[in-house]
Design a protein around this ligand. Sequence first.
Ligand SMILES: NC(=O)c1ccc[n+]([C@@H]2O[C@H](COP(=O)([O-])OP(=O)(O)OC[C@H]3O[C@@H](n4cnc5c(N)ncnc54)[C@H](OP(=O)(O)O)[C@@H]3O)[C@@H](O)[C@H]2O)c1
Length: 264
Amino acid sequence: MNSPQNHGTALVTGASSGIGAIYAERLAARGFDLLLVARDQERLEVAASMLRDKHGVQVEVLRADLTQKDDVLKLEQRLRSDSSISLLLNNAGVAADGLLANADMDQLERLIQLNVTAVTRLASAAAAGFAKAGRGTIINIASVVALFPERFNATYSASKAYVLSLTQSLNAELDGTGVKVQAVLPGVTRTEIWERSGIDATQIPEDMVMEAGEMVDAALSGLDQGELVTIPSLPDAADWDAFVAARHVMAPNLSKSKAASRYK
Ligand SMILES: NC(=O)c1ccc[n+]([C@@H]2O[C@H](COP(=O)([O-])OP(=O)(O)OC[C@H]3O[C@@H](n4cnc5c(N)ncnc54)[C@H](OP(=O)(O)O)[C@@H]3O)[C@@H](O)[C@H]2O)c1
């Protein structure tokens, strides 16, 4: 099938498996050329070849370890210099298991480098280029644990809360520039992430686990509908609106010259 329309190039991090691989397929079907990024070059090449054949789009593979600053810098440079890039999907991420008190801190530091630092650096580079061009889309993959940190590993949940917060601030900063921003908050999604992080996902009730294809299709529908935050499984969008509204109720009182009377 030939691409219906060229939308520029989508840079997809973590495109070698799971959610990123599905996004790559869906974006190719929408007519995006692709720049696929991950560490496993062989897997990326296989996906690239399939996507070229199936969708008739240009697909480039770029091997990068996004816990390594040099690799992130190369990608930033590419984002700043390649004006054909019109979409950044900040998807690459890892999870972790266990209590913070017992954690392997080197492993958690790598998680933060990937889930937080790389996401931030790439979003910054994309924001600069896209705002200048007056167009573009930045999608950051967060997680529902951003809203429920008590239910999961502390560092992973905090990293995803960071991604949500970053996206909300970035959206405000880019207001009026023509750049679209979206945070996607998947619930449990069937991918390799569980096995990779040593978590036994077989204990999770089946009715809580979404297939990656369904998750990505819902997220892209949310993007098309102009949502800043998409929670694919949330039945009633009014629940999220109420959560946001509750923040706004507190807003006028969050910074005052006097402490609240209950503290006196
Ligand atoms: N699955 C879920 O239940 C779920 C729920 C909420 C949010 N998420 C988020 O969704 C995103 C995608 O995860 P997934 O579930 O699709 O997991 P996955 O199948 O394990 O995919 C993770 C991707 O990230 C890449 N990656 C890992 N470490 C990397 C590194 N150091 N440098 C560059 N790329 C790296 C992996 O490729 P290589 O190994 O080839 O580098 C792979 O392509 C993550 O941000 C995750 O936190 C997942």
